[in-house]
Design a binder for this molecule. Structure first.
Ligand SMILES: [Zn+2]
Length: 240
């Protein structure tokens, strides 16, 4: 299975498991995370940028090459390689209508497309860190440091939903099938580091604590400041 497929499969799985987790740690999650004015501002700015810089033909061509398929529902290339400008993360609309038989809800708003990044993240996932992180998030043993991460992770979830909500409103997309569902396992689990790193890259450091942590972990293999975009081996392995 390619990394792209792996990443792609997380969304529906996550939606299925959503119901089950409400009886565990989710009960402890503060349902009304209030975003500060600056958090709200950050969400607004992400959407404003995405709408101002809509994906053009060249962007779509590059992302198609990266994924090995047409990037359905693409709004914009939100993050690029600082050296060569190759797409790294795209913003995808909440309801995909193009190139699909019927409208498809899409919860993974921030989608990592850069093959070098995708591969580095998949390699980190393969080490089993997600189970360990989920275990820590669901621990009821009081620990100030972990409690802090839990709070930040809930806020990241709320900010993810807020960005998508603003986007949905602007594009007149229905959110009815993905209401309350963010991505990556938030707010109580860690299920897809691609989704969490996607948020960290688009929204900047200090929003998603686990995305930020994972981004540091993959730094030897992927960084926006070091261009590895043209490595030929990466492309051939990405074909579905
Ligand atoms: Zn590059």
């Amino acid at each position: 299975m390619t990394q792209t497929q792996t990443q792609h499969m997380h969304a529906p799985v996550e939606m299925r498991h959503r119901e089950q987790q409400t009886h565990t740690f989710a009960e402890q999650v503060d349902p009304g995370v209030q975003l500060s004015a600056s958090d709200q501002d950050r969400c607004n700015r992400v959407v404003a940028q995405a709408l101002k810089h809509r994906a053009n033909e060249k962007d779509i061509e590059q992302v198609t090459q990266q994924l090995g398929r047409y990037p359905r529902g693409i709004v914009s290339v939100a993050v690029r390689c600082h050296r060569c400008g190759a797409p790294v993360v795209v913003i995808t609309r909440p309801l995909i209508t193009d190139h699909v038989a019927r409208p498809t809800p899409f919860p993974t708003t921030f989608y990592v497309t850069n093959p070098v990044a995708v591969k580095a993240i998949s390699r980190l996932e393969a080490t089993g860190v997600m189970n360990e992180l989920t275990h820590q998030l669901q621990s009821t043993h009081p620990d100030p440091k972990i409690d802090q991460v839990k709070k930040q992770y809930q806020r990241a979830h709320a900010m993810y939903l807020e960005v998508r909500h603003i986007l949905a409103h602007a594009l007149h997309d229905s959110e009815e099938h993905i209401a309350g569902i963010s991505a990556g396992g938030m707010p109580t689990r860690v299920k897809c580091l691609h989704a969490l790193i996607g948020q960290s890259l688009v929204m900047g450091p200090g929003v998603n604590p686990i995305g930020d942590w994972a981004l540091k972990k993959i730094r030897p293999e992927f960084s926006l400041d070091v261009c590895r975009c043209q490595l030929p081996a990466e492309h051939s392995s990405m074909k579905a």
